[in-house]
Design a protein around this ligand. Structure first.
Ligand SMILES: *Cc1c(COP(=O)(O)O)cnc(C)c1O
Length: 353
C-alpha cells in the first residue's frame, strides 16, 4: 500500500473546500467574500483588550455561560436551545458528524454554499443536490426527498434570494429528518426562521457574527435548536471549541445590537444603489436579501470580466460552473467601493463593445 492508501477512501477522492481569495496586505477593493465593510462595535475591541490582559492562562468556560445568556435574550430561546461554535462552519461540521454516517443522504438545493458538499463527503455520506429553478425559489417537492439532513442557506449564497419563512415551516413539517436553516445573511433580510425553532422537533437555525456583526475574523457561530439536538451536538464538539477572546468579543457584540442594525441599514441602502447601477450596465440582478448580489449577463461567460476587474484591483467572486459561469457575485461594500466597481465595470464594458 502506498502512503496515500492509508488515507480514508472518501477523503482521498474529495478535493476539499476552496474558500474565496484573501489577498493579504495587497490593496484591493475586496468584494469577494461577503465581509462587512464597516468595523465592529468599539465595545468589541474594549472587551478583547480586557480579556487578553486578564485570563488567557485559563481554559475558557466550556458551556460559555455569559455568551449563551446574551444570545438567549437576543434570540428569545432558552439557554438549553443554544450552542456556540468556531464560526457557523464548525456548527455545520458538528451537525454532519452527529447525523451523517457512511452512505447517508443529505439533501440541499443547488447551487448553494459548497461547504455542505465537502462536509457530507468527509462523512462518506451522499450529497443529494436538487437544482433550484431559474428564479431560485424552493424546488418543488424537496421535502419529499429522503435524507438525514436538509440544508437550506437562507438567504441563499450565491443567489442572495430568500425563501419565505412560511415555506420553511411547511418543509420542516414534511421532511423526515433534520432541517438546517443556515441564516448567515439573515440580518440583511430582516426576517428569520428562529420563531419556528420552539415549535418544531427537527429545525435548526444557524447564525454567525461574521457578516452582519463585522466579526469574520473572530470566528463565532450560534446554533438554535431543540434541546434534544443541542444535547447530541455537545457530545461531538470539542470541550473548548470557542476560545476566550471570541467569547468576550461575542458578548460585547450581542450586547450592542443597535451598532449591527446601523451597519445593516447602510448596507441595504448601498445594495439598492449597486443593483440599480448593475442593471443600467445591462446585468440582470437576482433580488437580494443579503449583503451581496448575483449579477448575470445571460449566456455570456464572465470570467474575462472578473479578470479585468482583478487587474484593476477589484476582487469579486466568479464560479466556473455550468449554472454560474455567466454570473458574478459581488459583495456590497461601502458607497465608495461600489462606485469604484461600477466605474470600472463601465470602462471595461465600453472598451469591449
Ligand atoms: C459565510 C457563510 C457561513 C460561514 O460563517 P462562519 O460563521 O464565518 O463560519 C456559513 N454559511 C453561509 C451560507 C455563508 O455564506
Amino acid at each position: 500500500m502506498t502512503k496515500r492508501g492509508w488515507v480514508r477512501e472518501n477523503i482521498r477522492k474529495m478535493s476539499g473546500y476552496v474558500p474565496g481569495e484573501q489577498p493579504g496586505k495587497k490593496k484591493f477593493v475586496k468584494l469577494n467574500t461577503n465581509e462587512n465593510p464597516y468595523p465592529p462595535s468599539p465595545r468589541v475591541l474594549e472587551a478583547l483588550i480586557s480579556e487578553g490582559t486578564v485570563d488567557l492562562r485559563l481554559y475558557p468556560d466550556p458551556d460559555y455561560g455569559p455568551l449563551i445568556n446574551k444570545a438567549s435574550k437576543v434570540y428569545g430561546l432558552p439557554a438549553s436551545s443554544i450552542l456556540a461554535g468556531n464560526g457557523s462552519d464548525e456548527l455545520l461540521s458538528i451537525l454532519t458528524r452527529v447525523f451523517v454516517g457512511e452512505k447517508d443522504r443529505v439533501v440541499y438545493p443547488s447551487p448553494t454554499y459548497t461547504l455542505y458538499e465537502t462536509l457530507v463527503s468527509i462523512q462518506g455520506g451522499e450529497p443529494v443536490q436538487v437544482p433550484f429553478p431559474d428564479d431560485f425559489s424552493l424546488p418543488e417537492n424537496i421535502s419529499a426527498q429522503k435524507g438525514k439532513i436538509l440544508f437550506l442557506a437562507n438567504p441563499n449564497s450565491p443567489s442572495g434570494t430568500f425563501v419565505p419563512t412560511r415555506e420553511i415551516e411547511r418543509v420542516a413539517k414534511k421532511f423526515h429528518g433534520i432541517v438546517v436553516v443556515d441564516e448567515a445573511y439573515v440580518d440583511f433580510a430582516q426576517d428569520s426562521a428562529i420563531g419556528l425553532v420552539a415549535k418544531s422537533e427537527n429545525l435548526v437555525v444557524l447564525r454567525t457574527l461574521s457578516k452582519s456583526f463585522s466579526l469574520a475574523g473572530i470566528r463565532l457561530g450560534i446554533a438554535l435548536a431543540p434541546r434534544w439536538i443541542t444535547q447530541e451536538m455537545k457530545k461531538v464538539k470539542d470541550s473548548y471549541n470557542v476560545n476566550r477572546m471570541t467569547l468576550a468579543a461575542g458578548c460585547a457584540a450581542l450586547g450592542h445590537i443597535s451598532w449591527m442594525r446601523m451597519n445593516v441599514k447602510k448596507i441595504i441602502g448601498t445594495r439598492k444603489r449597486l443593483t440599480a447601477g448593475l442593471v443600467s450596465l445591462g446585468f440582470s440582478v437576482f433580488p437580494s436579501r443579503a449583503n451581496f448580489v448575483l449579477a448575470r449577463i445571460k449566456g455570456q461567460r464572465l470570467e474575462g470580466l472578473f479578470n479585468e476587474l482583478k487587474k484593476r484591483r477589484i476582487l469579486v467572486r466568479y464560479f466556473d460552473t455550468k449554472r454560474l459561469h455567466d454570473c458574478l457575485r459581488i459583495t456590497v461594500g461601502t458607497d465608495e467601493e461600489v462606485s469604484a466597481l461600477l466605474k470600472n465595470l463601465q470602462k471595461i464594458m465600453k472598451k469591449r463593445d
